[in-house]
Ligand binder design. Structure first.
Ligand SMILES: Nc1ncnc2c1ncn2[C@@H]1O[C@H](COP(=O)(O)OP(=O)(O)OP(=O)(O)O)[C@@H](O)[C@H]1O
Ligand code: NI
Length: 348
């Protein structure tokens, strides 16, 4: 089997502060195989964005990766020279954010920005990973020597109506949904192997959100891009992802295929998240919020970070670090890090 597109190993990302070291990512493992959409879900403050930033190499100073590794197509991003990392960031890994205004330049026409990305990052003639149809279009555009043409094709690919005309608009002339599409177009214009999308639809209304997620799935196939999709919205995960990682207070606590995770969640935190989420199947059921809050990530003094909020925790949970164990059906590839779960006899 080929290397996974992304392999995060025992990653630690920390921020020194006056009050102590914030361990925002505290020993995370995460893998994305080629062609997968993998969800990363968890409450606000659990470390999802810091994990995403670590993967893309844009952790804000004075934050730093204090341990572990990030492998991209089998190669350590942390061992590369800054120049090599830059080149990967420019072409092989792209990121989209919640607020497209952070990525779009307000003073440049949308088409120009995408064309600029095309010019900077890619020799279009060498593109190999696209679907035949997309390739015909794009290579066709390249033959005309027109990054601009390609920018329009990209806008068309993300279903911006009248892309020829809209390419000459400035970002503020686009609706929120169109800006988000434009940003996705820009991110995909360099044909990345991996797209890291941090809450890409959170600011949008539900209908537009659903359309964009649909498109993202289509684009994943057309461009052969794997996606790490970060959200605190379980409904988004349920609709879009192949597999899900649940993150809590700097750690991954459960991972499974999406269907499995929703039909038989194992970790008490995941169960709590699902029980507190309104937009899943049986909308009528009573919502049960998880009591308490995500802890301050400085020096959490107990072993399982969820123990104080967990309805099932006992003394061991505060004292013994929970390792990942297989849970659920034997062939399910379903793991949870909870002392109270796992094979009979191993549970505390
Ligand atoms: N620059 C920073 N300096 C200090 N602490 C930080 C910094 N950036 C993030 N953190 C801390 O890291 C923790 C994780 O934050 P992060 O933004 O990754 O959470 P999140 O899961 O993405 O939440 P949300 O769903 O609200 O986006 C938080 O406790 C946050 O305060
Ligand atoms: Ni975030």
């Amino acid at each position: 089997m080929s290397d996974p597109v992304l392999e995060v190993r025992d990653l630690q990302t920390q921020f020194p502060t006056d009050r102590g070291v914030v361990k925002a990512v505290d020993g995370v493992d995460l893998t994305i195989e080629s062609g997968e959409i993998v969800g990363l879900v968890g409450e606000s403050g659990s470390g999802k964005s810091v994990l995403a930033d670590s993967v893309v190499g844009i952790v804000e100073e004075p934050g730093e990766i204090a341990g572990g590794d990030v492998l991209f197509n089998g190669e350590s991003l942390l061992e590369m020279s800054e120049a090599e990392r830059e080149s990967i960031r420019g072409g092989n890994i792209s990121m989209v954010f919640q607020d497209p205004m952070n990525s779009l330049n307000p003073t440049l026409r949308v088409g120009e920005q995408i064309a600029e990305t095309v010019r900077l990052h890619q020799d279009v003639g060498e593109s190999v990973s696209l679907s035949a149809e997309m390739k015909r279009k794009i290579v066709g555009a390249a033959k005309n020597g027109e990054a601009w043409r390609r920018a329009i094709e990209m806008l068309e690919a993300v279903e911006i109506p009248e892309p020829d005309a809209r390419a000459t608009d400035y970002p503020h002339q686009f609706s929120g949904g169109m800006r988000q599409r434009a940003m996705i177009a820009m991110a995909l214009s360099c044909e990345p192997d991996l797209l890291v999308a941090d809450e890409p639809t959170t600011a949008l209304d539900v209908t537009i959100q659903a359309q964009i997620l649909d498109e993202l799935e289509g684009l994943k196939d057309a461009f052969d891009t794997s996606i790490l999709l970060i959200t605190h919205d379980l409904a988004v995960v349920a609709e879009t992802c192949d597999r899900v990682n649940v993150m809590y207070a700097g750690e991954i606590v459960e991972r499974a295929e999406t269907e499995t995770l929703f039909s038989s969640p194992e970790h008490p935190y995941t169960q709590g998240l699902i029980a507190s989420t309104p937009r899943l199947e049986d909308a009528d059921r009573d919502l049960q919020p998880i009591e308490g809050n995500v802890p301050d990530l400085i020096d959490i003094p107990y072993a399982c970070h969820f123990a104080p909020r967990c309805p099932e925790s006992n003394r061991e949970c505060f004292e013994v670090d929970p390792e990942f164990r297989d849970v659920g059906e034997p062939d399910d590839d379903h793991e949870a890090a909870c002392l109270r779960r796992g094979p009979e006899g191993e549970q505390l």
